[in-house]
Design a protein around this ligand. Structure first.
Ligand code: BEZ
Length: 211
């Protein structure tokens, strides 16, 4: 069965462009993003890998370690990294896992046989410091991902893991958040000293508590 939210992220050891990676050791107490690519030397993947390199400092700010994966070999990856720099202007600055025997791809359900029996689809997994899967997204091979959206979700996940809040539609870091219904109005007054406004009894908004 496909990995679901709350499942343990499967641990693995695999070769990468930065040497062998043991997932749990690599992540340590940090958050992680593991994202797969259908194949090396393909156009959409090239743009995605360059974009994640450009955004690497944003992931670092969120104490989040990024890991790309493509089922091709390490030798192939090493050849491709030059193209990624040429095409996007960004140098690969995070590990790209090689998975020629598809051990990681199979453990994470990254191959969708009805789409293509050998290639990984564009999967994204956000992994928490507790090594549980916090987010899964699956895109078709023909659609490049929006990694600003992945950062936005990480902001929400990190906030909601520390406070009894949820984030509304299109929320961005710094905007008002929703107090969860588990918190009574009386408790909300103590927990959210900046105050809150009640739109509906079940929809109460408060300034982002860690800002
Ligand atoms: C691409 O990265 O451009 C791509 C890879 C596999 C199938 C379609 C597009």
């Amino acid at each position: 069965m496909a990995l679901q939210l709350g499942d343990d992220a499967p641990d693995f050891t695999a070769d990468s462009t930065e040497g062998p990676i043991h997932l749990y050791e690599y992540l340590g107490d940090s958050w992680g993003v593991l994202f797969s690519h259908p194949a090396d030397f393909t156009p959409v993947c090239t743009t995605e890998l360059g974009e994640v390199a450009r955004l690497k400092s944003e992931f670092d700010k969120r104490d989040t370690k990024v890991l790309g994966l493509s089922v091709d070999s390490l030798e192939s990856h090493q050849g491709w990294t030059g193209d990624i720099k040429d095409a996007t202007g960004n140098t690969l600055n995070y590990p790209l896992l090689a998975d020629p025997d598809r051990t990681v791809a199979n453990a994470y359900g990254m191959i969708h046989p009805n789409a293509n029996s050998t290639l990984t689809v564009r999967s994204v997994f956000v992994i928490g410091p507790d090594k549980k899967v916090k987010l899964t997204i699956t895109y078709p091979a023909s659609t490049g991902r929006n990694f600003e959206e992945i950062l936005r979700v990480i902001d929400s996940l990190q906030l909601t893991s520390s406070y009894q809040v949820a984030t509304p539609v299109n929320w961005k870091d710094g905007e008002d958040v929703i107090i969860t219904t588990a918190v009574s109005d009386d408790d909300a007054k103590g927990k959210f000293p900046k105050g809150f406004r009640t739109v509906k009894p079940y929809l109460r908004l408060t300034p982002q508590p860690n800002r």
